[in-house]
Design a protein around this ligand. Sequence first.
Ligand code: GLU
Length: 510
Amino acid sequence: MERKVRVRFAPSPTGPLHIGGVRTALYNYLFARQQGGDMILRIEDTDSQRFVPGAEDYINEALAWLGIKIDEGVREGGKYGPYKQSERRDIYREHVKMLLDAGKAYIAFDTPEELEAARAAKANFQYDASTRGEMRNSLTMPKEEVDRLIADGHKYVVRFKIDSGRDVEVNDLIRGKVTINSSILDDKVLYKSADDLPTYHLANIVDDHLMEVSHVIRGEEWLPSAPLHVLLYEAFGWKDSMPEFVHLPLLLKPDGKGKLSKRDGDRLGFPVFPLEWHDPKSGEISSGYREKGYLPHAVVNFLALLGWNPGDDTEIMSMDELISKFSFAHCSRSGAKFDFEKGKWFNHKYLQEMPDNELTVLYKPVLEANGVDPNAFDDDYIARVISLVKGRINFVSDLWDQSKYFFTEPESYDEKAVKKRWSAEMPAIMKELIEVLKGIDDFSSAATEAIVLGWIADKGYHLGNVMNAFRLTVVGECKGPHMFDITELLGLDETVRRIERGIERIKLPE
Ligand code: GLU
């Protein structure tokens, strides 16, 4: 029988979720939805040293913002819970005991100092089949002594007893068969009595098994752990129900080799986190895609294509399209360069697709932040302004720069433009223009354009100079959309007022 697809995203709450982690979550989600499977969110908080308050909430908020829906998890519940590893201690203890009883693991008492001394005494020391016979563990000590030390409260760890010289195969759905020799593995610590917690490896395997995970989809950085995980499945006798492995390509620096890091983002000016993060300890604030003005769909679309393609050159895809097209066969093996300019391009594209009334809602807080009361304007007016200028924006916040003159009159006039376009005769020509405009019944863009251009031609004025001087008085600089679209929206009275003000205030260049 085909196994039900069950995937898990298993972050450790050790800080804000990195954008690479978001991509891992996304690929898990796309695959789960496509296969009619379940998406689990498991919080792997067994490293008590690295736990960061707020990180779990951050993960939930980030996934919700991006539209990555969780079927089973701490908040959602589910019949395989608890979904937080620190609440599963009994389960791990029981499984550690299973391995100990079966002779697949052993107890080790070596102190940090003793391990240090062993490393100093032997080059490339590793705790494994070749050295464990010389260390202080339950394989070398009489049982009574082991029991006594434990009863006396001595700290110990449980190590996995790995046989040397075996070829271990990992089947990866992107990379194919990867074989490594077990001799290079050390006897990994599975459990520490000091905090009564398992390590990542044990907890991860036990939970994937108990939660009936069918596919382990995670970042390439976990590939070196996979052989150990295969051996653990074997040791537990679970090899037949072992999940499929999928190790996703790394996200690389935009400008070179190596893994994308937070420092690259700081250096090149882009966020590496989905949401802004306030570090609870240092107080440091790291920027986030949401706060920078990215739309969640743009981020999803951008991330989906970092390491996967649909088999053709389609770029813009909705979540539903991504779900139906996703496949491991089109995931790349090599790292994906993090092209943040492309990220901006996606945002630009998605903003163009967004209806103007939705952009209006997003623009209002920006207007407010710039000292404009959005309630002083009709929603319809704001939406029409947006439709005129949105072709030039990558972010909602860019709207202000492109459209402020629709909400406030110019405070100053671009010097260069004045020099080029304003001359001694311009005030008189502008006064004439005011009279022409006042005579127009239908102030629509097309009608006004025909009349004004007709007047310029009749008078034999220089078209470029007059139109640019006109624009200068209304906009404050020589940029923006079609001039008569601007005047149609501003209306006759406001247009005339601005020309009058310009005549008064624009100084003739010396
Ligand atoms: N807790 C690990 C992490 O933080 C999970 C790795 C895995 O998916 O197995 O990424």
